[in-house]
Design a protein around this ligand. Sequence first.
Ligand code: ADP
Ligand code: MG
Length: 683
Amino acid sequence: MRAVSLQKDLSLFTFKDLLEFFPYRHIDKTGICPISEITPQTEYIQVAGRLTSLDVSGEGHRKRMTATLKDATGFLELIWFQGINWIHKTLVVGHEYLVFGRVSFFMSTPQITHPEIEVYSPEKKDGKAFLEPVYSTTEKLKSKGLGGRQIAKLTAHLFGLLSEKEIPENLPESVIEQFQFVSRYTAFRHLHFPPDQQSLKKAQDRLKFEEFFLAQIRMGLMKSRRHRYSQGVVFEQVGDLFNTFYHQHLPFSLTGAQKRVLREIRQDCARGRQMNRLLQGDVGSGKTIVALLSMLLAIDNGFQACMMAPTEILAQQHYATITSLLKDMSVPVRLLTGSVGAKQRREILQLTEEGSLPILIGTHALIEDTVKFKNLGFAIVDEQHRFGVAQRARLWAKASIPPHILIMTATPIPRTLAMTAYGDLDYSVMDELPPGRQPITTVHRYDHSRPQIMDFIREQVHAGRQAYIIFPLIEESEKVDYENLMKGYEEVKAFFPEPKYYISMVHGRQKPEVKETNMQRFVSRDTQIMVSTTVIEVGVNVPNATVMVIESAEKFGLSQLHQLRGRVGRGAEKSFCILLTGQKLTNEAKQRLMTMCATNDGFKIAEKDLELRGPGDIEGTRQSGELNFKLASIVQDKQWLELAKETTDNILKDDPDLSTIQNSRLKEYLLSQKGKTAWSKIS
Ligand code: ADP
Ligand code: MG
């Protein structure tokens, strides 16, 4: 019966599950505290003293029992509302008792309601010498006699049956020695029933490290296998197109970071194995030109290249940027999106299949099965977090030898997160902005200062600049948000009347042509102000825009705010970001706004985001099972993650298949984990 309840309510099926059903905290019962030392901050306490009074008062459900416990330093009140008859019989005034429980204060007198109480005998003088585990359970389970206490009993019983060899070591001896870890068996035992705080800490450290270590080694093995066995097309040479463009048509000189990343890509693609590279570059770091040069490299070696963007607007913009960069060279480029007409579409598909189209740019329309390449050698995925892993796999399938893949993202992810979520990818960072950029000044203002902000926009517009005003559009409240956007648009129009000023508006309900026309008018400076929802969040590049106003900024997450802000500060002029909010702000919203005002560094912002929201919510990693650690937290236990990474790298460097004797038990363990471990069921 208990087994059924455990299975249904806590998904505990086997001994192993029970072992890994970790207590969420421990109550320290190791010491006896003098009553006078109890303060309002005291949580749980163990005291010993003489019972000096015991009274029952009230009737029915108001019945209560009160007792007073006295030690050498003061008095403590004990209270019961339930089980009074039984407890009353067991307690004797004048005897000594050991009492444990959660302290509360009533009129400055400390008291414990429903304490644990037992006779204080001399051999227990030092109190019960252990930390008691507390397990989370459910009300329903409690009612069936399976409260946390019973789970503790079951687990204790289990440890009575298990010996060291049933929880064998899985880490290599050298690792255990290096970090002075306790054995796996001891770690599990002490995690549930630690003799003292220090043992608990040691058990936690060992098991946290183990979790990170195993995740890292699995990904490391995947990566090292791919490096050694995957076949990739070879780009042997840097050819004419690359060189011509690089020496004659590059509109600026590359930053050091751009050069470094290009070198990494070139080396990767010459090796004969498939590249899977994640390129993280903060907004405005200049990823597009890196993408273009990589595509030229592919074409020079006789292959086709494609570039996918998450939205139609972005695909169009890439198309415009790349055709204009290539205008003096004869490299055909076409754009394929959902809104391309049937006739054009057929033509593009045919050219692609024949191999006479070297560069195809588009949205996820590119991964549809109807799009066939003659010899795709290089695929770029821009703003990766909108594309799932399965979609990427469809790209790989587009050629008999999978094309090299470059995933570009401007949503920086903290290193720790990248290590766990994308540990199987190679990884490049562009941490340098093109020269001449001035940092964006960011301020937070309340709604009532909107008129001043409009004045400021007017000044900027008169100086020849352009401005964005962004409204939130959140799915749950779409209708209201939409109305707000329209209202906002009317208000902005009132401040900036035609024909002196023109305004573009872009939102998700518009037809693609309308969106594009409005966008295009802003790009070509026919309009000075862009009122929009977050459809322009990623990638949009209008270097002349210098003001970004974000309405209801408290509704946006940090990474979104950072992306939106990245739409300005792209040219040489000084840019500004104004975060507008209502008066009422949650603590977290305040922290987000403060962070935005304090830094322009996407990586710092990502760290803060991770800290505020936890890894589960970070964009692009939501489906990643890799982040679900039982004990370890990639936020709090960062240092263990770094150490685990370092350790696994070292191990795999010397023994990439784990075939040496030192690593045999690790390998065995990993193999045993492939299927579900067959431990006997709880009966
Ligand atoms: P992102 O990394 O956000 O995609 P883009 O590729 O759109 O950035 O580049 C942002 C802007 O910076 C563009 O206007 C681009 O022309 C410019 N840019 C890129 N690289 C350089 C460079 N090395 N020197 C000067 N400007 C650059
Ligand atoms: Mg971009």
